[in-house]
Design a protein around this ligand. Sequence first.
Ligand SMILES: [Zn+2]
Length: 252
Amino acid sequence: MLFESVVALALALSASAKPVPSPIDVIKRDHVAGIVINKCAKPGVLTLAYDDGPYQYTSSLVDTLNNAGVKGTFFLTGTLYGCIYNQRAAVKKAYDSGHQIASHTWTHPHVGSLGAAQIRSEMERVEQAFVNIFGRKPQYVRPPYLETGGQFLGVMRELNYTVVTNDVDAGDWNNQSPQQSQQRFQQAGAAGDGHIPLMHETYQGTVTTLTSWLIAWARSNNLQIVTVAECLNDAEGAYKPGTFEGNGQTTC
Ligand SMILES: [Zn+2]
């Protein structure tokens, strides 16, 4: 009886000593698919997440990140700023350099008002382009306009995608200067779980001024700049399992 009580107590203690894992901590694909993630799962990190490329600055942005020894995350579209194949060298360079390449849909539509078949097509066309350029399919998606309504999350669950939004908005899309964007990061602060910012590689001020400032800001606050997957303890899960053969397509 006493022994049983001690065992029961020990079991209770060991159970209570373990924090209940959040879906992000567990990060098993079937647990997180279709859930919206807006910040990192741990402190001490910062992500640099860029939407809407590839574009004319992609290659130089990759160089900047590489020279600083940090990893960025690129949420790419197929056609928003020209056909993705026109920038295939820059996309391949970003992938080969270890940056995370993720989906931002093919045409950048308002996914909240699309039917399931259209949403599937938006995702699969990006997958095919990524396969053609670097042989992998993305695991992560950021919906355009951060829209997660309508059929979107249901289709993301079906397609087993990890959905990411943001917790800091640089506001570059809304005419905020790099200096105004910097204030937003300072207000958000360096403490707590790492930030996943909304920024756009289509604005020169973001690619040059803001990015350099964020790299320095991270250093002065002892934050490691990592990919979104890494900040979710999911470094191995940035892409869907396996590699794929391209279909030879080179135009949109
Ligand atoms: Zn966008």
